[in-house]
Ligand binder design. Structure first.
Ligand SMILES: *Cc1c(COP(=O)(O)O)cnc(C)c1O
Length: 285
């Protein structure tokens, strides 16, 4: 990486072509329609959040979507996110959805409009983030979602789902991490749970998604554990210590399975390929 010894290309010149702009606008409109249609089938009144996953895609693509009213974007790599966040509008809400190495926590925490970190899986990373976030974040904490491994695949990150009996739940890593965030990390706010489902599941075409149902069940059990542990969780001001009025949100569903995930109760879907097209691997673009 000798990039610093060469002048970098002018950054303002690379705006999207008219063709690319039209494609992105059409894709985004179609995905929004499908998200809304799949969300309508649900019982509870629930707002779905579409996070457009822009990893490996140029800032110009993000800018086009932003101009179409898309404010939530997901990124997997800290440096790529830092570079884009500098170039793009400050009212974008960035969601970090990649693996975070603790030595990158400081860099990630320096992004003023970082809105969520969706892949939290250890107290060590929670502490690293909490300590790296600026003082101002006490009044505007960073949302974190705990990553759960619903497929059981060893290659996937995340903590085990809850499915056991109450005493097992109470001593699980997931429950202790949730409590750790609530009691020890004032610059973080526990917003919900996140999973990356397996490919087999996304190809099943089922009406509901088994792994999404597992995450939903885990959420219900975790909420129960937290209510038991913090009976006074609803403060007099009406704000709860976690989630949205005490309800933890679910982030699940990608291009291949977001409709089944929404029907199963997902709140946040993370969609890349269906909006931006196929990705080239890092370094190939
Ligand atoms: C890349 C990625 C997505 C988007 O996946 P698509 O299949 O392109 O929609 C969603 N979530 C995570 C965690 C990802 O890494």
């Amino acid at each position: 990486m000798a990039s610093t010894s060469f002048p970098s290309a002018p950054e303002t010149s690379d705006s999207a072509t008219p063709e690319r702009t039209a494609d992105l606008a059409a894709n985004l409109a179609e995905i929004r329609e499908r998200v809304n249609a799949a969300s309508l089938s649900r019982k509870e009144e629930q707002v779905s959040l579409l996070v457009a996953v822009s990893k490996y895609k140029p800032a110009a693509d993000v800018q086009v979507c932003y101009e179409q009213g898309q404010f939530d974007f997901g990124e997997n790599y800290v440096q790529e996110l830092v570079d884009k966040a500098k170039k793009l509008p400050q009212d974008i809400r960035w969601h970090f959805i990649g693996t975070l190495q603790s030595n990158k926590a400081k860099l990630l925490a320096s992004i003023p409009n970082l809105y969520s970190m969706q892949t939290l899986a250890s107290p060590k990373t929670a502490d690293a983030l909490n300590n790296a976030l600026p003082e101002a974040r006490l009044g505007r904490p960073l949302n974190v979602l705990l990553q759960v491994n619903t497929s059981g695949e060893a290659s996937k990150a995340g903590l085990s789902p809850l499915s056991g009996s109450d005493p097992d739940d109470a001593s699980s890593e997931l429950v202790s991490l949730a409590k750790h965030v609530i009691t020890r990390c004032p610059r973080l706010r526990l917003q919900g749970l996140m999973t990356i489902g397996s490919l087999a599941e996304s190809l099943s075409g089922a009406e509901e998604n088994v792994e999404a149902a597992m995450l939903r069940n885990t959420r219900d059990r975790l909420e129960q554990q937290l209510r038991d542990a913090f009976p006074d969780h609803n403060s007099k001001t009406g704000s709860s210590m976690w989630g949205d009025k005490g309800r933890l949100l679910l982030s699940m569903g990608m291009s291949s399975d977001f409709e089944a995930a929404l029907r199963t109760g997902s709140d946040i879907v993370r969609i890349g390929t269906s909006i931006f097209g196929e990705r080239h691997r890092k370094g190939e673009t």
